[in-house]
Design a protein around this ligand. Structure first.
Ligand code: SAH
Ligand code: SF4
Length: 432
């Protein structure tokens, strides 16, 4: 979501008298697009911003801004926390940034733009996207699930879905621009709802009415995920075989404290159904370790469930207490070293599982969408010097390093896997 917002911010500012600098030292304006999900990310912003504020002593014209979730979360208090800050702007107002900056420059006063205005104004702005091949498309904003650890409902506001027509038009525009793949974005895409249409209707519409080659989506919440979705994924030819389905914990006690609204057995049932309906689907997850009151037994339940399910990959986070959330009222009673230990155990388990799964691809041929050239050296026995190094993704979202002929960026190619690591596959373009 934040990366998508950054693309919009770049679009809003470019061509409006602003240009981008590769080096912080050369910049007249420094904007941080921030995330509040974990405290560590916020601490880094405070640290770096503090440093830039010091630089203002020697360069008083330097303009400093905090954009995104931290702006919404702390509001005007940020001016007290970071005296010298010039601008704060919430995620819903980034389409105003050009005007905000001009006001700061002309009035020489700080401004706050945190009262969200009309929904989706920002999506009507031209963006500068990171990739020319694969694009994020926001289908909804906000979240009202109030998982007890999570700050998103306080930073991104109420859940609102974008209209089918707007989404469809954006995808058609992207196809015209040469994009091959889209990822539909929302905090909880399965609860997409607009004028009687649901998420499956949206998937069908994009699948049938556009020429995009690959459709992905993230994130799904287990409470709103059902066999209907799995069936649709399997039936719709452009929807890729990958589901990111955050588990968060394998302990029913912790899941209840987290307000996740499912049990570990309900989750396992979903996975069993998915594998029955769509066996080739890659399944990834998010896990939080060290949630308040998590005992060794609770952790064991998570470990055992992960061992049973065998996710293709997972993101593992150490619990980070966030002000305003329900869980903040609970004592953060799992020590940091315990969190680290549990984090490492899960990482080790996941590494073994991922490696095992990736090794099964060796000597197989798969379809790869080539996203970019890479400087990473790819060593292959077959490696002829004339071949180029590329990075791409398989249909099921595995990261592929590929050696192939000239001009492959943006193309779907057949590739033979010659080596596996826990997190990547190494491939060589195959000529049939
Ligand atoms: N809407 C998505 C993603 C939310 S944020 C979802 O429902 O899954 C991405 C991930 O960050 C979450 O899945 C969760 O695992 C993690 N996360 C959120 N808040 C956290 C916190 N306070 N401490 C540690 N991890 C957290
Ligand atoms: Fe946060 Fe839960 Fe909403 Fe995801 S579903 S954004 S974890 S509150």
């Amino acid at each position: 979501m934040n990366k998508r917002d950054t693309e919009i911010i770049k679009g809003v500012l470019s061509g409006n008298g602003f240009s981008f600098s590769d080096k912080e030292e050369d910049a007249d304006i420094i904007l941080f697009n921030t995330c509040s999900v974990r405290q560590h990310a916020e601490e880094r912003v405070f640290g770096k911003m503090g440093m830039f504020i010091k630089q203002k002593e020697s360069n008083p014209n330097l303009i400093l801004g905090v954009i995104g979730c931290m702006a919404k979360f702390y509001g005007k208090d940020l001016f007290k926390k970071l005296p010298g800050l010039d601008i704060i702007c919430s995620p819903g107002n980034i389409h105003n940034l050009k005007n905000d900056l001009e006001e700061v420059m002309s009035k020489k006063e700080s401004i706050s733009d945190i009262k969200d205005t009309i929904l989706y104004d920002k999506y009507n702005c031209l963006s500068i996207r990171d990739s020319k091949i694969s694009a994020w498309v926001s289908i909804m904003e906000g979240c009202e699930n109030f998982c007890s650890y999570c700050v998103v409902p306080y930073t991104r506001g109420k859940e609102i879905s974008r209209s089918l027509k707007d989404i469809l038009n954006e995808v058609k525009y992207l196809v015209n621009e040469g994009f091959k793949e889209i990822t539909l974005l929302g905090q909880n895409v399965n609860s997409y709802s607009c004028n009687g249409s649901n998420f499956i209707d949206l998937l069908k519409l994009i699948n049938d009415k556009t020429n995009i080659k690959r459709i992905r989506f993230t994130t799904s919440h287990p409470k709103d995920t059902s066999s209907k979705l799995f069936k649709a994924m399997s039936d719709l030819d452009k929807v890729c075989p990958h589901l990111h389905l955050p588990l968060q914990s394998g302990s029913d006690k912790i899941l209840k404290f987290m307000n996740r609204k499912y049990t570990s057995s309900k989750y396992k049932c979903l996975i069993d159904n998915l594998r029955k309906i769509y066996p080739e689907c890659n399944i990834t997850t998010d896990i939080i370790v060290g949630f308040p009151t998590e005992t060794d037994k609770d952790f064991r339940n998570t470990y055992d469930l992960m061992k049973q399910i065998k996710f293709d990959s997972s993101f593992i986070f150490k619990y980070s207490p966030r002000i305003k959330t329900k869980a903040f009222e609970l004592e953060d009673d799992v020590t940091n070293s315990k969190k680290k230990e549990r984090n490492n155990k899960l990482l080790e388990l996941q590494n073994d599982i991922s490696f095992c799964k990736n090794k099964k691809y060796v000597n197989k041929k798969i379809n790869v969408l080539v996203e970019a050239r890479t400087n990473k050296k790819i060593h292959t026995k077959q490696g002829s010097k004339s071949l180029k190094n590329y990075i791409g993704r398989s249909l099921d979202n595995r990261l592929i390093f590929l050696k192939g002929s000239k001009g492959l960026v943006g193309k779907e190619v057949e590739a033979k896997i010659i080596k596996a690591t826990p997190h990547t596959l190494i491939a060589i373009e195959s000529n049939g």
